[in-house]
Design a protein around this ligand. Structure first.
Ligand code: EPU
Length: 340
């Protein structure tokens, strides 16, 4: 198998935070045999392996002393279809938003609220990406992986993936299983989720009375574009912190001191807070430390204005975490994968 392995390649174009670190070795793989050959090469050379997808949820803090394997498996296959739904297998290297548009154009619904999320399909289950009340787990049937321990492919059901809020088996075991493809089961009869935040209001203002999935997708795109910076124009990695979940008692206490606190009661009685609101109220919106900054329109998003390093972004994050802890007694957890 012929592999084209590059050396000392800048990863700046491969991470949406545009951090300029180098990969010791870098290879693009477009098939399972190529992936296996790349893994075998790394083993033979005794170098570590770093799996790279769309790079939209990464904070790189140093040169990567490894073989970076850039997953570029492509293809979308309609496996089966009946009156109610369609089963579709999507290769890991497909662009997420392009796939969402592909599905909507064919009358398959369910993913409209997840429009415009940056990154590749293969990374979607890792974070269990979510937006506007929908998570990828809601429509995911299975994930095909290559298990580096057993050197076999394996198909995991949604239950086996252990999905939780921005979390999964894949995130916790980092790197053992390489995601090859994701299979979705998408309904043809839409059951739209419009209850989240700005969505219903936006559709009402547009005078859309009976929204179709395509309308919801357009609304999500516009709402996101108003708040979230386009990584092509201003480097970022989406929400930098998870929304914290605290006990009902602590939430009640906080509410007393902060009557405008934004909170959502969870099924288990705990309360999720809007981290963006906490950070905003604490005065961080628009703050800049060199080229590392807090986005001016969404305080949950940290941005790189040019030459910020991963360390500088993490320093800004640490300052925010300390301040939020001190003001509200709430611990903020970093959401993207930090690579030390
Ligand atoms: N808010 C502020 N100031 C801010 C930011 C937010 O007051 O600077 C308030 C908003 O007004 C709103 C609340 O906080 O009342 C929540 O804000 P928003 O609806 O913008 O959502 P979020 O909680 O900040 C989460 C996800 C996003 C997802 C949106 C929409 C997480 C960590 N983030 O953000 O996901 O797009 O909801 O569903 O759960 C991502 O994970 O990278 C991401 C962008």
């Amino acid at each position: 198998m012929n592999l084209s392995i590059q050396q000392q390649l800048s990863l700046r174009p491969y991470n949406s935070l545009a951090v300029d670190v180098a990969a010791r070795y870098f290879v693009t793989v477009e098939s399972l045999p190529q992936l296996q050959a790349a893994l075998a090469w790394a083993k033979q050379q005794d170098v570590a392996v770093f799996l790279l997808g769309g790079g939209s949820n990464l904070v790189l803090t140093a040169d990567v002393d490894a073989l970076v394997i850039y997953i570029q498996l492509r293809g979308i296959a309609l496996l089966s279809e009946d009156a109610e739904s369609a089963v579709i297998e999507v290769q890991a290297g497909e662009n997420w938003h392009a796939f969402v548009q592909w599905s909507l154009a064919r009358g398959f619904s369910g993913l409209e609220n997840l429009s415009l999320i940056p990154g590749h399909v293969g990374a979607a289950p890792v974070q269990n990406i979510g937006a506007y009340g929908v998570e990828v787990k809601d429509h995911l049937e299975s994930v095909l992986v290559y298990d580096r321990e057993t050197e076999q492919t394996q198909r995991l059901s949604a239950a086996q993936c252990q999905f939780a809020y921005r979390d999964s088996l894949f995130k916790r075991e980092s790197g053992r299983r390489v995601i090859l493809s994701v299979t979705f089961n998408l309904p043809k009869q839409a059951s739209l989720q419009l209850d989240y935040g700005d969505l219903r209001g936006y559709l009402a203002r547009q005078q859309i009375v009976q929204p179709q999935p395509q309308d919801v997708s357009r609304a999500v795109c516009e709402i996101r574009a108003q708040k979230l910076p386009d990584p092509q124009q201003l480097a970022n990695t989406g929400s930098f912190f998870k929304n914290p979940v605290i006990s009902a008692e602590q939430a009640q206490q906080l509410q007393k001191n902060h009557p405008n606190l934004i909170s959502f009661v969870q099924a288990d009685g705990q309360v999720k807070l809007a981290a963006g609101w906490l950070i905003d109220q604490a005065g961080w919106k628009g703050v800049r430390q060199g080229d590392a900054g807090v986005h001016a329109k969404q305080a949950l998003v940290l941005v790189n204005y040019g030459t910020a390093t991963g360390q500088q972004i993490l320093q800004l994050a640490a300052d925010i975490q300390a301040d939020i802890q001190q003001r509200y007694g709430v611990a903020l957890e970093i959401e993207p994968n930090v690579i030390a």
